[in-house]
Design a protein around this ligand. Structure first.
Ligand code: HEM
Length: 416
């Protein structure tokens, strides 16, 4: 299928600033050309993979489809800028999503234990306390607020800062950097910064943290990274900075986007809100449905190491594939009524957290955070309604709502 407009739309940040446009594009691809050779202007070509089974197949074959050297979509001009700045390296950072094989396993093992269910469980009470504080702040704002910008954005940031062991005074600085990092080309979110500047800001910030933790190690993840060794040798500055950037960035925006997107889905589906209120035990399943529904990570790339036939299309060694998670998560062949939001959807085999060796490191943490927040909201909020038009970040990579004006009625106010 040849359609330059479609190819350009798929690579354009703007497409993802309108969820209806995004999903119309993916629905067409799933129906007409599910493994689509895409040649957008100003970008190196790639295969767009839009079906659930095909995304899973690629994720499973981690030796045939590598994360390096092209892990996400950048324009050719931007790739050249990075290569010049990084003296030929293809990435600004080389964190877990840019690693493969034993290298990836060794680096992942450094922090993996912190993110396993057993360890996350130990944080239950502290996470629940942060969720309570978040809903206290919602209540204090009065009946109207921007649920994304004033509420959702702070909560996962505080959780990841707690795990990294960072001081509360740094919240605003880290928030600004993260938003610029994931802002795509959205001027409202990037506020004059860009990905290169945001990465440099992250690195400068974490250099200070690292130096401090080498001198005075504590029991947080920042100390673990600052003093980490792989193969008996301390990890280098580039690898350590990259690790911090991956955790601080991935650990934040994804989860706030899901929290806000989940609230919007519940406003638009009041029966589902009532169902949850009547039965809070449905919260874990509801959180999975929110991740499917929002799919805040729009893609990751893989590069084929050998020729491979996928759904009848001949992928050549060296070619790149874009795994389109929001599309896989609306695949009609896997999800009954995929465009309906059901808090009790079962089964729900979404790939919102990816799959295989690179499956989201923070998956259990993110689920725990979101469950704690929605339990607290259900206990204390009687009713949410929209108070203006929601707006989404223009980004082809990671993001969701950037504005969610709501009116809130707390249960206490109803009882009074
Ligand atoms: C709802 C929230 C989240 C969503 C939807 C999400 C989604 C994803 C996805 C799709 C991937 C790529 C998986 C793949 O390539 O197969 C990923 C990787 C990753 N995520 Fe998350 N994530 C979330 C929250 C978090 C949190 C809270 C952390 C905090 C530690 C985190 C850290 C990471 C890291 C470090 C990776 C790279 C893993 C690797 O390459 O080995 N994420 N995430």
């Amino acid at each position: 299928m040849k359609d330059p407009d479609l190819d350009n739309a798929l690579a354009s940040n703007k497409t993802y600033g309108d969820v209806a446009v995004q999903h119309a594009l993916f629905s067409r691809l799933r129906a007409e050309d599910p493994v689509h050779w895409c040649e957008p202007e100003g970008f190196r070509p790639f295969w767009a993979v839009t079906k659930h089974a095909d995304v899973m197949e690629i994720e499973r074959l981690q030796d045939k489809f590598l994360n390096a050297p092209r892990s996400k979509l950048f324009s050719i001009a931007f790739e050249q800028q990075i290569a010049a700045l990084m003296q030929g390296k293809p990435h600004l950072v080389r964190g877990l999503p840019q690693m493969d094989g034993t290298d990836h396993r060794s680096y992942r093992m450094l922090t993996q234990a912190w993110f396993q269910p057993k360890q996350v469980k130990l944080l239950d009470e502290r996470i629940a306390a942060l969720a309570r504080r978040t809903v206290d702040e919602l209540e204090a704002r009065g009946p109207a607020c921007d649920f994304y910008g004033e509420i959702a954005v702070w909560y996962p940031l505080r959780v990841i800062m707690m795990i990294l062991g960072l001081p509360a005074d740094d919240e605003e600085r880290l928030l600004r950097i993260t938003q610029a990092y994931f802002g795509g080309s959205d001027p409202e979110v990037q506020k004059g910064s860009d990905l290169i500047k945001a990465t440099q800001d992250y690195v400068a910030y974490f250099d200070g943290v690292s130096e401090d933790r080498r001198r005075r190690p504590t029991d947080d993840v920042a100390s673990l990274i600052a003093n980490a060794q792989v193969d008996g040798r301390p990890i280098g500055h580039y690898e350590a900075s990259s690790y911090y950037v991956a955790l601080a960035s991935a650990g934040h925006d994804t989860t706030s986007a899901t929290a806000a997107g989940g609230v919007l889905a519940l406003i638009q589906n009041p029966d589902e809100w009532r169902k949850l209120q009547a039965n809070p035990d449905l919260v874990p399943g509801a959180v999975d449905e929110m991740v499917r529904w929002v799919s805040p990570v729009k893609h990751f790339f893989r590069t084929a190491t050998e020729d491979y036939v996928l759904r009848g299309r001949e992928i050549k060694a060296g070619q790149n594939l874009m795994m389109c998670y929001p599309s896989a998560n609306r695949d009609e062949e896997v999800f009954a009524d995929p465009f309906a939001f059901h808090v009790d959807r079962n089964p729900n085999r979404h790939v919102g957290f990816g799959f295989g060796a690179h499956v989201c490191l923070g998956m259990f943490l993110a689920k725990t955070e979101l469950q704690a927040l929605f339990r607290e909201l259900l206990a204390r909020v009687d009713h949410f309604e929209l108070d203006g038009a929601p707006a989404w970040v223009q980004t082809s990579f990671v993001g969701g709502l950037k504005r969610l004006p709501v009116r809130v009625r707390m249960k206490e106010a109803v009882a009074a």
